[in-house]
Design a binder for this molecule. Structure first.
Ligand code: ACO
Length: 322
């Protein structure tokens, strides 16, 4: 049998930083409100010429470099985004072209904030069944372009960025226990109106803006997150004490803290970047992963738990031995 082993990570953020105080005078809010309710202090905002695909390319090149691979070594790209450069073609094929890859195949997956875990799980399946050997899995977003900048209840929460990982198919007997061990994905469209974009090609013919019932999302988040993680623990026959690092989707510090507490995961094992990145949707997990790999926290042999929840609702958890 085959397992998908992580070979490298990379990430990219727009140059422009927007601090909480920069919202004061734009909408009725304050640095103190945003910090207390969300833990966010700043976020990066894409400038002119920076797009989902350009950020994805920068993150992908760093991940390839970390893996010691060239673009031509990649035969699968799965890119998670809810903010593609164009309705079509997929941002994944635009990335494929920028990297000069003319073989293999590339496509986008769309599961909003859970997108990276859906993409990772999808790539894992293709590697396991032998349809690809080395995959680039990317989460890339420019949510700043779909925000209603007059709506204080949403515009302060999100940021732009991209993260990428390189996966390689390895025979299980040679993998030393490394690789993607368990993946659990869930969705429930009954919650589709709690977090959505009010436009689209087939309805309004416009891109639309993000709309969210924040309190409703919050109400469901912790229960859904902890349920799917417990399913992961049961499948792997492990418990919270076995986890070396918990890398949750970075939406809100209070959701992260409450989830870790309910699961019994020590806060020292939790990777938090929401303070600096805001909520970057599908990019948040690979951005946080790359941060913790590059600062030396996540290293070989570590058991890493990933978790996400977002629009749909979609949610999921993945266990990876580094
Ligand atoms: N500044 C100041 N006041 C604000 C702001 C703001 N930026 N935004 C809202 N308020 C006000 C509201 O208008 C409300 O005022 P009112 O009582 O006079 O009506 C008051 O603050 C309280 O609003 P609530 O929405 O009840 O505040 P809450 O404590 O729930 O915090 C928040 C709001 C931060 C959005 C919270 O509900 C939350 O984090 N929800 C989860 C959202 C989330 O994480 N979404 C993403 C997950 S899925 C994904 O990542 C796509």
């Amino acid at each position: 049998s085959i397992v998908s082993v992580v070979r490298g990570t990379g990430s990219a953020l727009p140059a422009k930083v927007m601090r909480n105080r920069d919202f004061e005078g734009v909408v009725e809010t304050s640095d103190e409100w945003i910090r207390q309710r969300t833990g966010i202090e700043q976020r990066h905002i894409a400038g002119e010429g920076e797009t989902t695909v350009s950020l994805a390319e920068a993150a992908a090149r760093k991940a390839l470099e970390a893996a010691g691979l060239e673009p031509v070594d990649i035969d699968l790209i799965v890119l998670a985004t809810a903010t593609p450069d164009n309705t079509f073609p997929a941002s994944a094929v635009q990335l494929q072209d920028r990297l000069g890859i003319a073989s293999g195949f590339a496509f986008d997956v769309h599961a909003v904030c859970s997108g990276f875990l859906y993409a990772l799980t999808t790539a894992d399946m293709y590697l396991k069944n032998g349809q690809a050997r080395r995959a680039l899995v990317v989460g890339a977003e420019t949510f700043s372009r779909i925000l209603d900048w007059q709506d204080r209840s949403t515009c302060v929460l999100f940021g732009d960025g991209a993260g990428a990982v390189v996966l390689e198919a390895v025979a299980a007997a040679e993998a030393n226990g490394e690789g993607i061990l368990v993946s659990k994905l869930r969705s429930d469209g009954a919650h589709k109106d709690k977090l959505y974009v009010d436009g689209g090609p087939s309805t309004t013919g416009t891109v639309g803006h993000l709309r969210m019932q924040g309190r409703e999302v919050f109400k469901h988040a912790v229960g859904m997150i902890t349920d799917v993680i417990e399913a992961c623990f049961a499948a792997a026959k492990i418990g919270p004490a076995d986890i070396d690092w918990f890398v949750p989707h970075q939406a809100n510090r209070r959701i992260i803290d409450a989830s870790a507490k309910k699961l019994g995961i020590d806060m020292e094992k939790v990777v938090v970047t929401v303070d600096r990145h805001g909520n970057t949707s599908a990019a948040s997990i690979p951005l946080a992963l790359d941060t913790a790999v590059r600062d030396g926290r996540i290293g070989k042999g570590d058991l890493v738990l990933l978790e996400a929840m977002g629009g749909g609702f979609t949610w999921g958890a993945v266990l990876v031995r580094w």
